[in-house]
Ligand binder design. Structure first.
Ligand code: CTP
Length: 399
């Protein structure tokens, strides 16, 4: 369940105002039960106290290379070699420059030079500093050596201006940490996931839709990406942020989703259709807001394309997974869709169950196989359900 449990992460904190955000990152990693070893530069300690990191990480914080007592308890080479991943957040222009030039003049630089684990660098600084050719060249050098860079983001900067230079969102940094530390069981696979609702336009201010939040589809995309797959996410309108490193295609209508899926399908090894695609659209989309005194009280609708049915007809050796969202006769209806749409398995979702289905954080599903076999999974988070679904896709590939 918890990929980060007991994983040894070295968190390098350098001296920028965003250093306070590294405290929250430490807390988030501690919640995941990771073993975080914080290493701070002298300037970082001007912004935040080592004690705060020590309390949050539950481990001694490393600050002074020449502290004989601390060094005899846990030496910097031991810190370097035991780390499974090093994250430098925030990374100042100074640390980026030092790392690009092999300078080792404090605890963090010395440890990072001796550390062979993967490294994530999270720059945060003033926009002009970030855009300076020296910083850009140093970062390019680090990336060419395998450092993974996340951020910076644009927004309000501490120097009072708006621009590029904010530390990346902690969610994004955490997601990249997951991607590095999760076993890459889907490496080499190209997968397509659809998510969210569609909106069928009635007039410029109204549409037909459903309450799908996209959470199940986004969890599927996130888990596949963590497992090393090349992931395309085609999503209807949601409030969610696509996972780091996923190809994100945003659509509105069923027609747009259909076109986007068809364009991606030929290059894919597996497709999971988690989107709640509208089956009908208004026959005519009015170009102006419809007035209540005009037109009748009945809407003329027409069918949209059944995307999954079409994929089932086209599929060669791709794996095709569908969802069945039902309010009655769950298994019977799901079995019919499994067969009609030519799927490898279907995930049946009872929309009437408590804490399952649309917008919920958890889901309770039954998986139906063409052989007639059936598996009812216990209620779990959508992320856990996504893992179970990919486990089964992986098993199909292993056969
Ligand atoms: N689906 C699709 N295109 C549509 C409608 C549904 O690709 N126009 C996909 C969904 O993404 C899902 C599966 O088909 O994976 C089943 O969707 P569901 O809404 O449960 O069923 P429908 O096939 O639409 O049938 P019905 O509405 O009659 O239950």
């Amino acid at each position: 369940m918890a990929e980060l449990k007991d994983r040894k992460i070295l968190l390098g904190v350098t001296g920028g105002i965003a250093a306070y955000k590294a405290l929250e990152l430490t807390r988030l990693l501690a919640i995941e039960e990771a073993r975080v070893r914080v290493v701070m530069t002298r300037s970082a300690m001007e912004f935040v106290q080592p004690l705060s990191f020590q309390v949050l990480s539950g481990q001694q914080v490393c600050t002074n290379l020449f502290d004989l007592e601390a060094e005899s308890r846990i030496g910097h080479i031991q810190v370097a070699t035991e780390a499974e991943l090093a994250v430098i957040a925030p990374a100042t222009a100074n640390i980026i420059g030092k790392l690009a030039h092999g300078i080792a003049d404090d605890y963090l630089t010395t440890t990072l030079l001796a550390c062979t684990a993967p490294k994530i660098i999270c720059p945060a600084m003033n926009e002009n500093m970030f855009k300076n050719p020296t910083v850009q060249e140093n970062l390019a050098k680090l990336r060419s050596w395998g450092f993974l860079q996340v951020g910076p983001d644009s927004g309000d900067l501490a120097c009072g201006v708006q621009g590029l230079g904010r530390l990346a969102q902690l969610d994004e940094i955490l997601e990249l940490i997951y991607q590095v530390l999760t076993p890459p069981s889907l490496k080499g696979k190209r997968v397509l996931v659809t998510a969210g609702p569609t909106r069928e336009i009635l007039d410029p201010v109204r549409h037909l839709t459903n309450p799908s939040s996209g959470k199940m589809g986004y969890a599927l995309a996130r888990v596949a990406k963590r497992r090393g797959a090349e992931v395309t996410l085609i999503s209807g309108p949601t409030s969610l942020t696509p996972p780091h490193g996923v190809k994100d295609v945003q659509v509105t209508t069923a027609q747009q989703m259909h076109e986007a899926v068809m364009a991606e399908f030929p290059q894919k090894d597996a497709v999971v259709m988690a989107a709640a695609v509208s089956d009908y659209r208004p026959k005519v989309a009015a170009s102006e807001k419809m007035k209540k005194d005009k037109g009748g009280e009945s809407l003329k609708l027409e069918r949209t394309e059944d995307i999954l049915f079409r994929l089932g007809q086209l599929k060669a050796d791709q794996i095709l997974i569908g969802f069945a969202a039902e309010t009655e006769n769950l298994l019977e209806n799901a079995r019919e869709k499994l067969q009609q749409k030519n799927l490898d398995f279907i995930v049946a979702n009872d929309l009437t169950a408590a804490n399952a289905g649309f917008a919920s954080d958890t889901n309770e599903v039954t998986i139906l196989w063409p052989t007639g076999e059936m598996e009812t999974l216990t209620k779990a988070t959508k992320e856990e359900v996504a893992k179970q679904i990919w486990d089964r896709v992986e098993r199909l590939w292993q056969r």
